[in-house]
Design a protein around this ligand. Structure first.
Ligand code: FDP
Length: 327
């Protein structure tokens, strides 16, 4: 007997029907899925085609650009253009905001086409992360850079693993797996487990002594209580976290022996990394804050490439670290 599973598109069509929504968002999500599949194929065959190496350029963040970063960016922009529904996009790979359908567009699209560059040359998991906000349809546009709480959805593909997690505003975080026909299928609602047995801590242990004293103290008191996992690519680490619970953190770096390497604002990007996973986490019952204990989803970005520290995961742990961060 063949076992059939519900496809992502079927799931989404029913969702839109249930909430009496327009078809515009469906057009956009169809493009997102096509982009993800395209990136997936380029990544899988990347070693043989020489696409896992450096592109020979440095990006706006001052980091070396991988060939795959450029390919993934180009793919996403192509598909966004075909929708005629996106006002503008913010990409990790482009310094400026990218205008698309400025007059007719309904959505803002914030994305990191290939997050986790350090994994690329090994073919290990990377992510395509995105957040979508809707244009103000009832009055004059009030700005392009929305706080995470104003997203309507946030999602993440783990590539080439073949998983896709989409969080719908007030309707949960849902995980899909790629099947033999390259369809994402079998919606599974994600809920962070209450049972602390499976909880994990995830952060770059090598940075431990560069964190604030209070964060270092928290780690010293808590690190032996949980298993420790760190893949070094937010999408992969967050994927585990959403299943197992615990906390992923990328704290501010303030005590680096080489002061040039300090990152008092944190490392991760607010709009297309931290806010995306925080939104998914909220829809799965979790929470996320920055270095001051401010909820990530409340932060209104001043710049498209703004960085932030990030503490995201199971509510009791985030509440605990928030107390510490607020002193
Ligand atoms: P990368 O620099 O490899 O692109 O956003 C950047 C990111 O990866 C995240 O995916 C990841 O969680 C983090 O940085 C890893 O940083 P460290 O190498 O400093 O641990």
């Amino acid at each position: 007997m063949i076992k059939f599973e519900q496809t992502f598109m079927n799931f989404l069509l029913h969702h839109q029907e249930k909430y009496n929504r327009t078809y515009h968002f469906l057009i956009l999500m169809d493009a997102v899925i096509s982009a993800a599949k395209h990136i997936q194929q380029y990544y899988l065959t990347g070693a043989l085609k020489g696409n896992w190496g450096l592109a020979g350029e440095v990006n706006v963040q001052g980091e070396e650009v991988m060939r795959m970063d450029q390919i993934a960016h180009e793919i996403v922009i192509h598909y966004l253009k075909t929708t005629e529904r996106v006002i503008h996009a913010v990409s990790e790979e482009a310094e400026e905001i990218i205008p698309l359908d400025v007059d007719k567009g309904r959505y803002f699209f914030y994305f990191d086409p290939l997050d986790g560059s350090a994994n690329v040359s090994h073919g290990l998991p990377v992510g395509f992360l995105f957040g979508i906000a809707r244009r103000n349809l009832d009055g004059p546009e009030d700005g392009h850079l929305r706080a995470g709480k104003d997203f309507i959805v946030a999602g993440m593909f783990v590539i080439p693993t073949g998983t896709f997690t989409l969080a719908l505003k007030e309707a949960g975080s849902w995980r899909f797996h790629i099947d033999e026909t390259m369809n994402y299928v079998k919606p599974i609602r994600m809920q962070l487990p209450d049972d602390t047995k499976s909880w994990e801590l995830s952060f770059n242990e090598a940075n431990k002594y560069t964190f604030t004293e209070r964060v270092q103290n928290w780690i010293a008191e808590n690190e032996n209580k949980y298993a420790f996992r760190y893949l070094g690519a937010l999408a992969g680490d967050f994927h585990r976290l959403l299943s197992n619970g615990g906390m992923f953190m990328y704290p501010a770096i303030i005590n680096h022996p080489n002061p040039k390497k300090n990152r008092p604002q944190g490392k991760l990007r607010l709009m297309y990394e931290a806010a995306v996973v925080s939104f998914m986490c909220r829809e799965a019952g979790g929470h996320a804050v920055d270095e001051t204990g401010t909820p990530i989803l409340d932060i209104k970005p001043a710049k498209q490439h703004q960085r932030t520290a990030l503490y995201v995961g199971s509510k009791p742990l985030i509440e605990d670290i928030t107390r510490v961060l607020r002193g």
